[in-house]
Design a protein around this ligand. Structure first.
Ligand SMILES: Nc1nc2c(c(=O)[nH]1)N[C@H]1C(S)=C(S)[C@@H](COP(=O)(O)OP(=O)(O)OC[C@H]3O[C@@H](n4cnc5c(N)ncnc54)[C@H](O)[C@@H]3O)O[C@H]1N2
Ligand code: MOO
Length: 417
């Protein structure tokens, strides 16, 4: 029984592992699709399965620069056979001459292997003298040939609905010869910061004011998530102004994100306004940072209220909003990689909330994964996110941790890197 509990860990707080399915249950995938030129499709999500209309490779071709011949023409009582050179095949320029017994052709990587020849030997294992080529025997018939359809057959499903088109998928679609692709339209996300203390960058600060950093980190995250975003700026701590911004955001977006004003302070109006003009699905999670995270609905839009503390807003975006965006965009959930690592410093903490400490994960020359925290973990210290390459996941009931203990680490994926 732990002696001291985190005073912020009220019993009614929802475990983030329970919050995520609740959150995902509230959202549907966008049904509208659009057809794009392949060149414009990067980072969109496929609206349907992709079946190949061709075989890959479309013809037998050489995997090496060398010589093509019939395996049966080799004298298998020897280890080297001399064959007669009768022509050349280059990529894009097939050989079209006669092939008699005991002949070979010079062939380059990617060139079609003529009907009747069945094996290629790489140039380095051959010797050319005039039109005679001495070939060191390959181990087997068919060596160094990439055969028709060995990767993909006509009609085969190559990519599934819900796949995000990354560089590799763009290339795969091009390999299939597709110039157009049907995708799910981009999610529209509106966001604003709340807080009378917030000033835009490029202006001068008066006493008590700070710069609005959250709109920038959230914009960065939204850009990585490949959504269409609408920045509604900084909204003052005034219920009427927040209500007006909510209405504007909900008219234009599928998802409305705010930062700040979701805790219990006298100027924290976001939750009350949401309660008035929309509906609250849940509020306050047993997570650190990120406790006051709120989720709800604003007319047809989904609402997520991120806490104002800059690290809390990024952590809740990554842990909760990102999976929600993935679902709304029709993408399968990206499984988050988690690994075990040896902690190299003590962590003092009280049980009560799941914690996402910022860490630096390293792989040492003994083949060991080690992790150190980035230092002070205040949820206002955004430099801790910038220094980190991973989260150290600490379970709700865990008390302090000592150097040398094994911890679970979640390396940042492309959204945070
Ligand atoms: N009595 C309690 N106080 C607090 C609690 C609590 O449970 N009881 N929770 C704490 C936790 S945990 C968090 S996280 C914060 C979150 O509060 P809010 O979401 O209401 O955020 P604000 O009060 O508006 O701001 C918190 C903090 O962050 C700064 N901030 C806000 N917006 C931005 C921005 N866009 N860019 C940069 N920095 C921002 C703001 O100035 C405050 O310092 O509440 C705790 N309090
Ligand atoms: O722990 Mo709060 O959730 O970020 O400061």
């Amino acid at each position: 029984m732990p002696s001291v509990i985190d005073p912020c860990a009220l019993p009614e707080l929802i475990h983030p592992d329970d919050a995520l399915p609740m959150l995902l249950k509230q959202v549907n995938t966008i049904s509208e699709t659009t057809t794009l030129d392949l060149a414009d499709a990067l980072d969109f999500v496929l609206a349907g399965d992709i079946q190949s209309s061709i075989n890959l490779p479309p013809f037998d071709n050489s995997a090496m620069d060398g010589y093509a011949f019939r395996f049966s023409d080799l004298d298998h009582s020897l280890s080297i056979t001399s064959l007669t050179l009768v022509g050349t095949a280059l990529a894009g320029h097939p050989f079209s001459g006669e092939l008699h017994d005991g002949c070979c052709i010079r062939i380059m990587t990617g060139a079609p292997v003529p009907n009747g020849l069945d094996t290629v030997q790489m140039q380095e294992l051959t010797q050319a003298k005039d039109n005679r080529i001495s070939i060191t025997h390959p181990k087997k018939q068919g060596a160094n040939i990439r055969t028709l359809g060995e990767e993909v057959n006509v009609g085969q499903t190559v990519l599934s609905k819900g796949t995000r088109i990354r560089a590799a998928e763009l290339g795969v679609l091009a390999t299939l010869g597709m110039d157009k692709v049907s995708v799910i339209r981009k999610l529209k996300v509106a966001f604003f910061s709340t807080g009378d203390e917030l000033k835009p960058v490029g202006t001068e600060l008066k006493k008590g004011q700070i710069y609005d950093s959250n709109r920038y980190s959230i914009k960065g995250l939204l850009s990585k998530a490949q959504v269409e975003w609408l920045d509604l700026g900084i909204i003052e701590d005034c219920p009427q102004a927040i209500e007006q911004a909510f209405n504007q955001a909900a008219q234009q977006a599928d998802l409305v994100l705010t930062s700040g004003g979701v805790s219990v302070g006298d100027a924290d109006h976001v939750k009350q306004v949401l309660d008035k003009v929309g509906e609250i699905t849940f509020w306050r999670l047993a997570m650190k940072p990120g406790k006051p995270f709120a989720m709800g609905k604003l007319n047809n839009a989904i609402f997520c209220g991120l806490p104002g503390n800059p690290v809390a807003s990024m952590v809740t975006f990554y842990q909760l909003v990102m999976p929600l965006i993935e679902k709304m965009q029709g993408q399968g959930q990206n499984p988050r990689l988690k690994v075990q690592a040896i902690l190299t410093n003590d962590i003092r903490r009280k049980p009560g909330r799941v914690e996402y400490q910022r860490g630096v994960l390293t792989y040492d020359n003994q083949g060991q994964l080690s992790v150190a925290t980035t230092g002070a973990q205040g949820s206002g210290m955004l430099t801790s996110m910038s220094t980190a390459n991973c989260f150290i996941h600490i379970p709700r009931e865990q008390g302090q941790l000592l150097s040398g203990e094994t911890v679970i680490v979640e390396p940042f994926n492309f959204v945070l890197s």
